[in-house]
Write a protein that binds this ligand. Structure first.
Ligand code: ADP
Ligand code: ASP
Ligand code: MG
Length: 609
């Protein structure tokens, strides 16, 4: 019998009526012949209220006790949901995460799932009950209650679906929320955004990691790793939502399928670092050690034996990051500059691997709105740009448990919102097209049980891991036919990057990796890679345009650059990936590495920006 896992977010169980409506959905699915598992979040804004309560008692509550407190929210919901199902005449049994056997590591507020027991679940389902499971929580090996990080109920739902699948059952997972599905960008910020029918795991993972709060990014890593098809849909309507599935060829028909804004980040620039192997490693190892995930990373090529690295962290992790780095910076004789409020705008699309001029279009849209880019990084299927906000943060904006006030934060990020709208317009994302919004007629997602060789391989590899959520590296690819162009001392003003990439794109040259970082003295260093055969042409065009911007810019070409890609699942959300990758490389090599070709499945060299 097929199993359906239905997850209801906080707003979908915010009132007794909504709980009854959700219960009815579960019963309907059971009446259609499925076994049903319901995963619920805390009612409405309960978790925010609990965080605020703790803050009124202490500015620094212990993580263990915060997890104990926050987990109560979901315990209320499962009981209410089970009561509602009984009231409507069906059978239900509720389980907390610990009761079910959702075993995690001991990082109390950012715990990772190691394993999920399915015995109790099976017993409940086989006895004709709907199993109601608390999202967001688990138990560690010391029997301490843990929580998975804000928004983590999505991850519980997909992980439970994956565990059921591993136990040999056909499963699908439905995420019920307060929007009709996944939109081209957050519809609360950009009114013109439209719902997409189908999106690939990789695209959704990039969207979620880049700020699209509709799904917890770790849940997408689970879905991809275990090949669980997901549908995101509205809890209050019967409208078909958005399928999140494996990549299909038609998804590459447009270069960009979505855009996202992340607003609660901060930027750290380390200048005057000794340019020698092991320095980047020391920095990122220290951050990984204290469980601070690093997002955008741009390392400058460096001159005179000194290099600089810029990267972003979640604003709530900023203090921990600077406290950790302080002694290292002093020892290395380097300097650290922090920009507290930055917004990150990203465009995502599987099609950008093969199309020239994507970066140019994005940068031109930003330049036309007078928006200056403080940092640029590219991944396999995304381009991210960092923008400085001039809005001061309100007090107590963040907390150790993370924050879910994304909507409020987005409202304050005036420049970020303007940038998001500009790129959404530039790529015509409001217009439904195949590959961006619309699936070809007759498209049906493959069921989870369908044999996909790649998924089979992944399942075999997963069986060897210590934990379900462990990072899974599936391959390393070295692209040795690339060359690098670097512009030193580009004045830090809007429009310059756009002018450079326009000159390169009009030469028909495919730009692959782009890294731009602004040093503390307000000069940008911009590097990008091009196919080796195109280096002379790219260099000439870049030199001409750089000279016209500022005769003091220097342009350098490196013919022999290798680009190393590490492929796999889990790199988006795990700390320590940069450390591991940079540890075995000389620094000149590491400069050609961008962090995230994290989730690519193919290692094709011929793609563009
Ligand atoms: P839940 O409580 O159901 O988990 P969330 O608030 O976590 O709901 O996620 C739903 C919200 O995500 C929507 O109300 C929407 O504003 C926001 N969102 C951000 N980006 C997107 C996007 N690309 N598509 C749809 N919704 C988005
Ligand atoms: N209740 C938790 C939160 O608000 C988990 C979730 O909703 O997914 O973050
Ligand atoms: Mg959510």
């Amino acid at each position: 019998m097929a199993v359906v896992v239905q997850k209801f977010g906080g707003s979908s169980v915010a009132t007794p009526e909504k709980i009854l409506a959700a219960a009815q959905r579960a019963i309907d699915a059971q009446n259609e012949g499925n076994q049903v598992v319901v995963v619920v979040s805390a009612i409405g804004k309960t978790t925010d209220t609990l965080v605020a309560l703790a803050e009124q008692i202490s500015r620094n509550p212990p993580a263990r006790e915060m997890a104990m407190l926050l987990a109560t929210g979901e315990q209320v919901s499962i009981a209410c949901m089970a009561i509602a199902i009984h009231a409507l005449g069906a059978k239900a049994i509720s389980f907390t995460g610990p009761q079910l056997g959702i075993v995690t590591d001991s990082s109390h507020l950012k715990a990772r799932i190691k394993s999920i027991e399915t015995a109790k679940l099976r017993e409940a389902l086989d006895g004709g009950s709907i199993a109601v499971v608390a999202g967001f929580q688990g138990i560690d090996e010391k029997y301490d209650i843990t929580t998975l990080g804000r928004g983590g109920s999505d991850t519980t739902a997909v992980a439970v679906a994956a565990a059921i699948k591993l136990a040999g059952f056909d499963v699908r997972c439905e995420i019920y929320t307060d929007v009709n599905g996944v939109y081209t960008t957050d519809p609360r910020i950009v009114r013109k955004a439209i719902k997409v029918d189908v999106i690939s795991y990789d695209e959704m993972l990039e969207m979620a990691s880049m700020g699209a709060g509709v799904m917890h990014s770790r849940s997408i890593e689970f879905a991809k790793k275990f090949n669980v098809p997901l549908m995101v849909r509205h809890a209050a309507t019967s409208e078909v939502g958005t399928w999140v599935v494996g990549e299909e060829p038609w998804m590459r028909e447009v270069p960009v399928c979505g855009a996202a804004l992340a607003v609660n980040e901060a930027r750290i620039v380390l200048d005057a670092l000794p340019d020698r192997p092991g320095v980047s490693r020391a920095v990122f190892a220290a951050l990984a050690q204290v469980n601070v995930p690093v997002d955008m990373i741009a390392q400058n090529v460096g001159s005179g034996g000194k290099a600089s690295i810029g990267f972003t962290v979640i604003h709530g992790d900023l203090k921990k990051a600077t406290d950790t780095l302080d002694p290292i910076i002093t020892e290395l004789g380097a300097t650290m500059t922090v920009t507290e409020r930055v917004s990150k705008v990203s465009v995502v699309g599987a099609g950008m691997r093969h199309v020239a001029g994507v970066a140019e279009k994005m940068f031109a849209a930003l330049a036309a709105n007078g928006i200056n880019m403080k940092m640029i990084t590219t991944g396999d299927i995304k381009i991210s740009v960092l923008i400085e906000e001039d809005v001061p943060p309100p007090e107590d904006d963040e907390d150790d448990a993370g924050t879910k006030k994304s909507h409020l934060e987005a409202k304050r990020a005036v420049r970020g919102r303007l940038a998001l709208e500009a790129v959404h317009d530039a790529f015509g994302l409001h217009m439904p097209r195949s590959g961006a919004g619309v699936a070809p007629s007759g498209y049906r997602p493959r069921p989870a049980s369908a044999v996909v060789p790649e998924a089979r391989e992944r399942e075999t590899a997963v069986a060897k891991l210590d934990g379900m959520e462990d990072i899974l590296v599936s391959g390393v690819h070295l692209s040795s036919d690339q060359s690098r162009v670097t512009i030193f001392d580009l004045p830090d003003r809007p429009g310059h990057c756009s002018t450079v990439f326009n000159a390169v794109a009009t030469g028909g040259i495919l730009v692959d990796m782009i890294v731009q970082n602004i040093t503390s003295v307000g000069k940008a260093e911009l590097s990008f890679t091009v196919p080796r055969a195109d280096l002379p042409k790219a260099l000439k065009r870049t030199q001409d345009v750089a000279r016209s911007i500022d005769p003091s810019c220097r342009v350098v070409g490196d013919a022999e650059v290798a680009v190393l890609f590490v492929l796999g699942v889990g790199m988006r959300s795990h700390t320590g990936v940069a450390r591991t990758r940079m540890s075995s490389m000389p620094s000149s090599f590491a400069t050609a590495v961008s962090r995230s070709r994290a989730s690519g499945t193919t290692a094709d060299a011929g793609r563009g920006r």
